[in-house]
Write a protein that binds this ligand. Structure first.
Ligand code: PFF
Length: 456
């Protein structure tokens, strides 16, 4: 079976595809609003610790599991002898995460299309009115989903890989330009202080869970995507350095997004904890404040945000899609259309939850003491937060304790020989990694989950 599967042509191609999946709305839209809801600097600190200590070992784990089995997410569990429990909690739940997040991710990406057009036509007077107009929101959502399906249909390598190589650096340049403007606004330093001064009394179980969830959301860990992409990675490629690159790029974009948003939040007197609307309320103000060329900068910025979302959404289609292709023997066309159309239909309540439908807008869910209001926010808290963390926990318990972890660490070693060479005192990076996957990661994730649900 592995002989017929596609492969990435180079390490760079793999890093670009995986970074394209990682860098998306999670970095620029989700990271700042979650920072704002969790009290600022302390969250940023916990987030970076989570990325390095928990996210990175899990990236290696997923990529190696994929390359070792050369199968999709469910196939990777099945072919290593998983029973139903592990298949459902590790793999099927991962497919659900990808599918359900895609359903509302497309809605938000649709908003970015509206904002691109509005930079020239000014049809959006404020975010709340725009968000509550189904006549705008649903067609933009549909256009975004169609574009995603069209790319997955045509294959990913040529177009999207090539485009990412150019567009990702451009996104960086624009991000820096807007960040510079934001930092030079009157009153910007208040925002920098809020963002970078940790108040450690604000850290509790819920804050750590949000940080873990955000790290996994952003790094694309706990969705099956890295297993799927790993299955296309040639044996001689270095998993350790590729994974580190993905982590560094992704975290850099998130970090700079915060440095772009928070100075402006304080300079314009906005509320940092307002939630999912934060970036859409703040960014246009920065563009309007530019002495010249604000429209062009604004439109380019939202265009690139939309492209970053596109390189992410195609990989979300790819996770359930590759399952249907490999395991159910569907062709790529049928699998992509079915996943895309179903995600669109399931996403309609999210699209209507910004004020168009009273029912979907005001519904609320109390999740372990924190109330989420609106269908989209509820989906984001459940699928974009809690369930990703559960999948990540199950995946590391599975490789750490159910299958022979040595086989996975041997897989990482192929293409990264130093992995099994002693670092200090005869200890190898492989031994450290195994210790993290077997003990540190499950213990930290498990404790955080238990403390969030109030058991400890
Ligand atoms: N990491 C992406 C983001 O931060 O926007 C979200 C994501 C895309 C996760 C695709 C997983 C995935 F398969």
């Amino acid at each position: 079976m592995s002989a017929n599967r596609g492969q990435f042509g180079s390490k760079f191609g793999f890093i670009m595809a995986a970074a394209g999946s990682a860098v998306g709305l999670g970095n620029i839209w989700r990271f700042p609003y979650v920072v704002g809801q969790n009290g600022g600097g302390a969250f940023v600190f916990v987030y970076i610790v989570c990325v390095v200590l928990i996210g990175l070992p899990l990236i290696y784990n997923e990529v190696a599991l994929g390359r070792m089995t050369a199968r999709n997410t469910v196939g990777a569990f099945k072919s290593t002898g998983a029973n139903k429990f592990w298949i459902y909690t590790g793999a099927v739940l991962a497919l659900c995460v990808s599918f359900f997040v895609l359903s509302y991710y497309g809605v938000i990406a649709g908003w970015t299309i509206g904002y691109i057009i509005s930079e020239f036509t000014d049809f959006i007077s404020n975010f709340e009115t725009f968000r509550s107009s189904p006549g705008y929101v649903i067609p933009f959502f549909a256009v975004f989903m169609l574009a995603s399906v069209a790319i997955v249909l045509g294959g990913i390598s040529g177009g999207i890989e090539k485009a990412s190589k150019i567009l990702m650096p451009v996104l960086f340049v624009l991000l820096f330009a807007v960040m510079f403007r934001s930092l030079t606004l009157d009153g910007a330093m208040e925002g920098v202080k809020y963002y970078l001064t940790p108040d450690f009394t604000k850290i509790n179980g819920r804050v750590i869970l949000s940080a873990l969830g955000q790290a996994f959301f952003s790094l694309s860990v706990g969705w099956g995507i890295l297993i799927t992409y790993g299955s296309y990675l040639p044996k001689d490629q270095n998993i350790v350095s590729s994974g580190a690159w993905i982590g560094v790029m992704d975290t850099a974009v998130a970090f700079f997004s915060g440095l772009m948003i928070f100075p402006a939040v304080f300079a314009f007197g906005k509320n940092p904890s307002e939630g999912t609307a934060l970036v859409f309320n703040v960014l246009p103000e920065i563009f309007n404040s530019l002495p010249a060329g604000g429209q062009i900068v604004g439109a380019s910025f939202f265009l690139l945000l939309c492209v970053a979302a596109l390189t992410s959404s195609i990989s979300m289609i790819e996770v359930p899609g590759s399952y249907l292709i490999d395991e159910k023997k569907w062709n790529r066309k049928k699998a992509s259309w079915v996943v895309g159309i179903l995600a669109f239909l399931v996403g309609i309540p999210s699209a209507l939850s910004g004020g168009s439908s009273e029912f979907f807008t005001s519904m609320s869910l109390n999740l372990f003491g924190e109330t989420k209001t609106g269908f989209l926010d509820i989906m984001d808290a459940l699928f974009g937060g809690l369930f990703i963390v559960i999948v990540a926990l199950m995946t590391c318990l599975y490789t750490g304790w159910v299958i022979n972890i040595k086989t996975v660490s041997n897989e990482i070693e192929q293409g990264s020989l130093f992995f099994s060479r002693p670092l200090v005192a005869g200890i190898t990076p492989a031994q450290i990694w195994i210790f993290f996957i077997r003990f540190v990661c499950p213990l930290v994730i498990g404790l955080v989950l238990l403390s969030t649900v109030g058991i400890i």
